[in-house]
Design a protein. Structure first.
Lengths: 179, 284
């Protein structure tokens, strides 16, 4: 449950950032897409088991589709693919700050690349790869990598809280076979 | 041997997982219905409620604070601007009188010729309360809906020119598809003023994000077009009113074909950020 609460908080942070830095629809200008919620999602699914991760990703994919964009089922699918990649990669990565930042930024790039490929293939954009990298990706990665640093520490707090809660429950637990 | 199933031994899903899967199923059902039938009452209500709540609780307070800090920083600029505006307002009465005289001439002539005028339109002002965060869908949401008289296909503009059209209408909000979207399902009829009395017509086909310009097809291949000429809506087709600024010709590429000339047009409206828009509708 706490994962869902943290994710909702991340959505609110995204909304605030979006209100502070309004979206530009002029593709020739540099802009960034606040992706705090996405980064929180990546860091959360690392901790969850497989089924919970997929449920978490698809649920927030649908929330993203319904509330944020005009494409239904699209982000639910993209987030599910992202989940597969993170689950595969997470086996080979530790839990250090740097590695967490790296996994967030790489996954963010991967997600944006999938969306760009889909938009190009479905003829919804004719923007070139150079313009996409310069105007869309550069600032998105740069600003989000600063934000991710705070998010990583926030998830550490969450994990500590979860550990403490678990140890408290274990302490209070009375196992009948021990008596 | 009879195997007894131990209670809670093997549970496929926990209670929380079951709840979440049910919610996802509801989302999928709602999404399928929306995809098949377009927007429905449930999705409209949810979108309406969410957009207005988000705008009231987050966007509006944040915008007020950022605007206030900006205004405080540019206080001297506002003072100078105020002086300039006073001078402009002083000359406004004369221009209004001139405009009224011309408008009455137009009305008289239109009535005399028994024509339906697409040049006279009313505007309804609205605030932009949401926009697609990832930019790809090129849609914005405004705080006026069917209750305010907004209808589908109405033209939406800023003070600089045409920006899009209303695609979905809910009770208190509406979605606007911007002209910068490449998969436009609407073509805008336009005209270009060649000289004082001559116009040539054409159609705005789409927006090229790579060139940051509209691609406009001019029907008459023999007409001489130059960079800098104004492109305005023609009103033919009856979807958009006439006389709304679209942009200026940037480049005539001399791509002559049997259907005319293709020109690239620089949009007059700025698409970086807009908080307020006007919805134009034809007078009944």
């Amino acid at each position: 449950m706490i994962h869902y609460i943290l994710m909702s908080l991340a959505f609110i942070i995204d909304f605030i950032l979006q209100a502070m830095f309004p979206t530009t629809f002029d593709m020739s200008q540099m802009f960034f897409v606040p992706s705090v919620s996405f980064c929180v999602m990546v860091l959360t699914i690392r901790k969850l088991d497989t089924l919970d991760s997929y449920i978490f990703c698809v649920f927030f994919g649908f929330v993203y589709d319904f509330l944020y964009t005009d494409f239904i089922f699209f982000h639910a699918g993209v987030f599910a693919i992202t989940c597969i990649v993170v689950k595969l990669w997470t086996k080979h990565v530790n839990n250090s700050v740097l590695e967490n930042i790296l996994i967030c930024i790489s996954t963010l790039f991967f997600k944006e690349a999938i969306i760009y490929c889909y938009m190009t293939v479905s003829n919804q954009t004719s923007i070139g790869i150079n313009e996409w990298l310069t105007n869309h990706i550069f600032l998105t990665i740069l600003v989000n990598s600063i934000l991710v640093t705070f998010i990583v520490f926030l998830t550490y707090f969450r994990d500590d809280y979860l550990l403490q809660r678990e140890s408290k429950i274990r302490k209070e637990e009375k196992l009948p076979w021990m008596h | 041997m009879k195997i007894k199933r131990v209670q809670d031994e093997v549970k496929r899903f926990t209670r929380f997982q079951k709840i979440m899967i049910s919610i996802i199923c509801v989302f999928m059902l709602l999404g399928t219905i929306t995809l098949v039938n377009g927007s429905n009452k449930v999705s409209g209500f949810v979108y309406n409620f969410f957009s207005l709540t988000k705008y009231s609780l987050i966007d509006h307070p944040v915008k007020t604070i950022t605007d206030f800090s900006k205004q405080l920083a540019g206080f001297q600029d506002v003072y100078d601007e105020n002086d300039e505006l006073r001078a402009i307002i002083a000359s406004q009465d004369m221009k209004n009188a001139e405009l009224n005289a011309l408008q009455s001439d137009v009305n008289e002539l239109t009535e005399l010729m028994d024509l339906t005028s697409y040049a006279t339109y009313q505007t309804l002002y609205a605030s932009v309360i949401a926009s697609d965060a990832s930019v790809w869908s090129q849609t914005i949401t405004i705080n006026k809906g069917s209750e305010d008289g907004i209808g589908e296909d109405m033209a939406v503009m800023t003070n600089l020119g045409l920006i899009g059209k209303v695609t979905k209408v809910y009770k208190n909000t509406s979605e606007v598809k911007l002209l910068t979207s490449e998969n436009q399902d609407v073509s805008v009829s336009i005209k270009v003023q060649i000289d004082e009395d001559t116009y040539t017509t054409g159609i705005l086909q789409n927006y090229n994000q790579d060139k940051n310009a509209y691609m406009v097809q001019i029907y008459d291949a023999n007409v001489k077009l130059e960079a800098g000429m104004d492109i305005i809506t023609s009103g033919s087709g009856g979807v958009f009113p006439s006389g709304i600024m679209v942009g200026k010709i940037e480049n005539v590429e001399n791509l002559y074909d049997s259907k005319g000339i293709i020109v690239t047009v620089k949009p007059s409206a700025e698409f970086n950020a807009f908080s307020y828009v006007a919805v134009a509708y034809l007078e009944e």
